[in-house]
Write a protein that binds this ligand. Structure first.
Ligand SMILES: Cc1ncc(COP(=O)(O)O)c(C=O)c1O
Length: 337
């Protein structure tokens, strides 16, 4: 099967597994895992933040900043499409008590003005705004730097914390040539995922100030995320940061080829095509289209009523050529179910 479902389905390569096998380990709860420490230092170098902490997942990397800087009964301004709203089982509400306020956005991308209109200061009967969340990339789309800078300026004026869900920040950076450090400078903390396009089996890294990370470590423990000999998994992260970042460009090129082929069909309308993601609609039921592709050995998913194709390290040039060929040769009658 050619798997275009998500970059979370990526498999550790043989070379990554070798690095994991050879990793030095220690008890990370006591800060004694040398490989975990090394990965955290690398993240600090990349993001330009004072300190970093490995967390078990992207969800944990999003939740902890809400626990520390969101606060119970306080508001976080975010896009309606954001992962914290749509795919994290309401954790920021149920576990940190923070209320997400959905700000007008263009496919997940907010402008300074959109955010500004929703900031509340103190009032005896209203919840106060404590935080702004940006997600970069969001549905594959890269946040324009101008928007991020505008949002950060606004946050500074109002004393608000900015959290960036940078699950796929390396895709943004590779696409635009803007460094992760520069993107991270528009937020007070950033979390990025190793377990997506970078091809690791687990982990995200949260980076911010020394004081924030000190508190984040306690939150991670509360959430059951204090882990012991994690060097085995951290070694995969180090391997990925050293070997798998530049190659994301290939995933983006594969996306361009597939998106072009879809655009040329009479049955698909491409709505978003950016970095490693394509979203398309059709006059046929998406589930029928997915079933027809599955019969031809290709997997992708439905998301929000659209077909969603994600390119990743899973997909070779040959897979992409095959996918393009299948799209071009697809007989529409197969979508009638
Ligand atoms: C933008 C974004 N943020 C956060 C996450 C959560 O990551 P995890 O599945 O590792 O918890 C995801 C997962 O797909 C994501 O796409």
């Amino acid at each position: 099967m050619k798997d275009f479902r998500s970059d979370t389905f990526t498999q550790p390569t043989e070379a990554m597994r070798k690095a994991m096998y050879e990793a030095e380990t220690g008890d990370d709860v006591y800060g004694e895992d040398p490989t975990a420490q090394r990965l955290q230092r690398m993240a600090e170098e990349i993001t330009g933040k004072e300190e970093s902490l490995i967390v078990s997942s992207g969800c944990m990397g999003n939740l902890i900043p809400h626990m520390i800087k969101g606060g119970r009964g306080k508001e976080v301004l975010c896009a309606p499409e954001s992962h914290i709203v749509r795919h994290e089982i309401g954790a920021v509400v149920s576990l940190s008590g923070t209320l997400p306020v959905l700000v007008h956005s263009d496919n997940g991308i907010m402008k300074k003005e959109d955010v500004e209109n929703n900031i509340h200061g103190y009032a005896y009967d209203m919840s106060e705004t404590s935080m702004i969340e940006t997600e970069n990339t969001t549905s594959g789309l890269v946040y324009p730097m101008e928007n991020l800078k505008g949002i950060k300026e606004l946050a500074e004026e109002h004393g608000l914390w900015v959290h960036m869900d940078g699950a796929r920040i390396f895709n943004a950076s590779v696409e635009t040539g803007i460094s992760v450090r520069e993107y991270a400078s528009t937020a007070d903390d950033i979390t990025f995922c190793l377990s997506k396009g970078l091809g690791c089996p687990a982990f995200s890294v949260l980076s911010s100030s020394h004081d924030f990370i000190k508190e984040a470590k306690r939150c991670r423990k509360i959430l059951g995320g204090g882990m012991r000999q994690i060097g085995i998994l951290a070694a995969a992260g180090i391997f990925a940061l050293e070997n798998n970042v530049g190659r994301l460009k290939e995933d983006h090129e594969h996306r361009v080829a597939i998106s072009k082929a879809l655009d040329e069909t009479s049955w698909a309308e491409v709505k978003i095509s950016a970095t490693n993601m394509i979203f398309f609609t059709s006059r046929y039921p998406i589930t029928n289209i997915i079933a027809a592709f599955r019969k031809k050995g290709v997997l992708f998913l439905e998301d929000g009523g659209m077909g969603r194709i994600v390119t990743s390290i899973n997909n070779t040039d040959e897979d992409t050529d095959e996918m393009v060929k299948i799209i071009k040769e697809m007989d529409e009658t197969e979508f009638r179910g």
